[in-house]
Design a protein around this ligand. Structure first.
Ligand SMILES: Cc1cc2nc3c(=O)[nH]c(=O)nc-3n(C[C@H](O)[C@H](O)[C@H](O)COP(=O)(O)O)c2cc1C
Length: 265
């Protein structure tokens, strides 16, 4: 069977906290769902630097290369190589943490073909806040929109609680071990959160195997190739470095091409 790579991104600035606890649960369940076929890696964003996009547009003309020098490129390359992604994200001010937003802003601009070429990664979101309905939905919606914008497939819908992602709360406990302790104490809502997280991750692994296996079939592969819509995906499964973009992004090649026409009066 196909081997898939799942990248777990810990979107918290605090390493070893609640987001990491949920991510460990997710990746363990994903590995069990397709035994022997899942490579997992956890990437910590905490302590790393992702400067804000300066809208210089250089990545559009320089083969996706960002001029800012920080930790962005390492995670971008891992992101591009993964068959599936699980984001574990704490709620910050009813949204995602700023450093993760900076990374995603730049990823979206740098993966220039991504807007035109389906990535076909399966993406899921796990999130926790201290409060009970205090931004979790916004975090999931954002990650799902990010996935769709880059031609990925948001995954959710697993009972008992992952309708658009798996979300939970720490019962107003700000500590990094809050969820771990609640789970060890058999807290019911944390049990739901963990179960939702694990079910979602298992489904992500299985769908990623299905997609990759299906695309290897000659007729399907030929169809995808001919359509021109799946270049990034087909590069990934063929082992070609996914960011090797041969031609510069030329969507804004001439003013005439993009100029909007208005009536004089
Ligand atoms: C800057 C900041 C903003 C936060 N904002 C929210 C919030 O809006 N809603 C919420 O429920 N929790 C909020 N929290 C709490 C965290 O989301 C929560 O403690 C989470 O479980 C932390 O995960 P971690 O241990 O992986 O960092 C915030 C925490 C920080 C540090």
């Amino acid at each position: 069977m196909e081997t898939i790579k799942i990248l777990g991104i810990n979107g918290s600035n605090r390493r070893g906290g609640n987001s990491r606890f949920l991510l460990d649960q997710a990746l363990a369940a994903a590995a069990l769902a397709v035994p022997g076929c899942v490579d997992t890696e956890i990437y910590e964003t905490g302590g790393r630097t992702y400067l804000p996009c300066t809208a210089c547009d250089r990545c559009h003309s320089k083969l996706g290369v960002c001029r800012l020098e920080d930790d962005f490129a390492e995670l971008r390359d891992k992101w591009l190589e993964a068959d599936a992604l699980i984001y574990s994200v704490p709620v910050y001010h009813a949204g995602i943490p700023g450093h993760l937003k900076c990374f995603i802003d730049r990823l979206g601009e740098s993966v220039v073909e991504g807007f035109f070429s389906k990535q076909m990664k399966v993406v899921g979101c796990v999130t926790s806040g201290t409060g009970i309905a205090t931004g979790q939905e916004s975090v999931m919606n954002f990650i799902n929109a990010h996935a769709m914008m880059l031609g990925c497939l948001p995954f959710a819908g697993e009972w008992p609680g992952a309708y658009t992602g798996a979300g939970g709360w720490t019962h107003v406990d700000p500590r990094k071990n809050a969820l771990k302790d609640l789970h060890a104490g058999n807290d019911e809502t944390t049990a739901y959160l963990v179960k939702s997280t694990r079910n979602m991750a298992a489904g992500i692994a299985q769908l990623a195997v299905l997609i990759k296996t299906g695309a290897r079939q000659k007729q399907v592969h030929d169809l995808l190739e001919k359509s021109g819509r799946y270049t990034m995906f087909l590069r990934r499964i063929s082992g070609t470095k996914p960011l090797a973009i041969e031609k510069p992004y030329d969507y804004f090649a001439t003013d005439e091409d993009t100029q909007l026409e208005f009536d004089e009066d």
